[in-house]
Ligand binder design. Structure first.
Ligand SMILES: CC(C)(COP(=O)(O)OP(=O)(O)OC[C@H]1O[C@@H](n2cnc3c(N)ncnc32)[C@H](O)[C@@H]1OP(=O)(O)O)[C@@H](O)C(=O)NCCC(=O)NCCS
Length: 218
């Protein structure tokens, strides 16, 4: 059993706790040490698990880490901060009731939640989040930091560029590319390519906002 710490003691942190417990129920894999969180002020428990301290609690410790933060930009910042502090071992977590097909590659630090389906010949980069009941179809690619909210769907050969986010229940039609650090609003249906840093909403999806280039670094 490897020691594991969850970074982020918010709502998504408790989702990841459940995911870890579900993995361990099938095959004891992780010895969960607890959470760390920037908002830590004093020792406490969350869902029966200790909140150990701020992320610098990890310094000098050899344990695997999972970053439980839904926003791709914030997740990237936290991972970069942890890497600068020497953290190297980012756990890849796949729920035992997710369906993962043949020739699917999953990068380090990525997380696939309960009831997600990743069919076949799919590439998922590092620190990708595939949330509850999301669907990723054949020949799709999700680059690093790509994020699918619950029930988001990528049809065949769709592509999410780095940091792109598909919000709850949205669909990206076959072969369509969603550009880097752009966002597809909840319930949207994307029928045309989405440029970098855009927010698109509606059916069919259209652009309502373009954020500044490199907004994710601000
Ligand atoms: C797209 C989203 C991220 C908001 O982006 P935003 O840049 O803050 O956009 P705003 O709220 O300023 O809205 C801009 C316009 O788009 C509209 N809009 C926003 N989200 C929309 C949606 N999902 N569907 C349709 N229209 C939407 C707003 O009504 C507004 O229209 P208006 O200019 O005519 O008033 C958000 O609406 C959304 O879809 N969130 C879902 C998040 C999610 O999936 N969470 C699950 C986490 S597990």
């Amino acid at each position: 059993m490897m020691d594991l710490v969850i970074v982020g003691a918010g709502g998504h942190g408790r989702e990841v706790l459940q995911l870890v417990r579900d993995i361990n129920a099938v095959k004891p894999t992780w010895n969960l040490s607890g959470f760390v969180d920037d908002a830590w002020t004093a020792p406490r428990e969350l869902a029966g698990v200790p909140v150990l301290g701020k992320p610098d609690w990890l310094q000098g410790r050899s344990c695997a880490v999972t970053v439980a933060i839904g926003s791709p930009a914030v997740r990237r910042k936290v991972v970069q901060r942890l890497m600068a502090a020497g953290v190297r071992d980012f756990a890849t977590l796949v729920h035992p009731e997710a369906r993962i097909g043949a020739r699917v590659t999953i990068g380090a630090g990525s997380m696939i939640a309960v009831a997600a389906v990743v069919t076949t010949d799919v590439r998922l980069g590092q620190h990708v989040l595939v949330n509850t009941a999301a669907v990723i179809s054949h020949d799709c690619e999700v680059a690093d930091w790509g994020t699918l909210a619950p029930r988001a769907t990528l049809c065949g050969a769709a592509r999410l560029a780095e940091g792109a986010e598909v919000c709850a229940g949205a669909t990206v039609l076959q072969g369509i590319e969603v550009g880097p650090w752009s966002r597809v609003g909840g319930g949207a249906c994307v029928i045309n390519p989405v440029g970098a840093n855009e927010t698109v909403v509606g059916v069919p999806a259209s652009c309502v906002r373009v954020r500044d280039m490199n907004w994710q670094d601000a």
